[in-house]
Design a protein around this ligand. Sequence first.
Ligand SMILES: *Cc1c(COP(=O)(O)O)cnc(C)c1O
Ligand SMILES: [Zn+2]
Length: 408
Amino acid sequence: MAWHYRLKCIGCGAEFPPNTIIYKCSSCGELLSVEYNNDLMSPEISLRWASRPLTVWRYIELLPISDSSKMVSLGEGGTSLNRCVRLGCELNLKNLYVKNEGENPTGSFKDRGMTVGVTKALELDMKRVACASTGNTSASLAAYAAKAGLECIVLIPSGKVAFGKLVQAIIHGARVIQVKGNFDEALRIVEELCLTQPIYLLNSINPYRLEGQKTIAFEIWDQMGHKVPDKVIVPVGNAGNISAIWKGFKELYMAGLIEKLPEMIGIQSEGAAPIANFIKGGLKEMRFVERPETIATAIRIGSPVNWKKAVKAIKESGGLAETVSDEEILSAQALLARREGIFVEPASAAAIAGLIKLADMKLIDRDETVVCILTGHGLKDPDIVLRQFPKPVEIEADLEALIKIFAS
Ligand SMILES: *Cc1c(COP(=O)(O)O)cnc(C)c1O
Ligand SMILES: [Zn+2]
């Protein structure tokens, strides 16, 4: 059987046949990327897309799956692209949009990656899947593993996972293991586990998972009437998503479906900002953050495994990286909720906080089209919100008491 794609090392360019269980290049140790055969890269690739529903699988010609009968799907993708008139007005931006990834089945964009990754696990005949997670990856993997009938193992940093996400992993029947350490440490040991045992690793070092996530770019292109925005703003943790979205836009470009590419803007929390510090500071060497800290737990990552892919995405696209404080994140979260009716978790609000900061710095033009990627749903982490607001007033159950409230 002829494959329509192959795995290619991002460092030395070595190629590996698909359907080998491999996460890093066997000669130089760098990450791998999925590359499609050249003959696919023409506008004809999109001919059948329009007749299919807007989901991850609409774009199957550019996904690394050969046998669509094994597809493990919960209806992921097809999230709304909302025009933000009120927030845009406040920031003096005329064409502001947000892509609401919280609408995915388990409430984050991770589902786009897991539908492809878990389908791949079945293709490879794996019986167990695993990941380290700041929360959403485990919630998503647990759900897709349940759907596929696979055993699921998740490692989470002790006490640092938002409650709603932990609950999801538990209800879907994953074996949840708390690691006394941060995400980076949990990832290191789960990676070692999967190299020594027949367990399929579904962190974002898995190149197939990122293929699912690149459909965010395809959908934006579709939803904007086959155009792309000037800027795309993405919160960055392990840096897989910004790399994946950039790859999606580049494939549209290589296929001749678009004539220009958007600038990719990566936003990190001040306490966990190795990539932003590297780019902003023009550093020669990447300096990882030993003890990352931020209320945005989904991006509380000090050693992003995809940092090389992400730095390349940001530089190649002519984009930039910026940091935001926890206070800026929380106020952006509330502002988005009040102006646009969209409730996102803190990591997603980092994109909005970054947008506000860049607009203040006049680094975004009033006429530019900007899309912020809202990565996850606010209900996953409600505690953080309740802690900031006073408890609602309480009254006796009578009309007079109620009227009194409005008089005061
Ligand atoms: C995973 C996640 C991120 C970070 O994505 P990376 O690919 O790790 O950079 C951001 N926001 C939310 C809600 C997430 O779940
Ligand atoms: Zn290599």
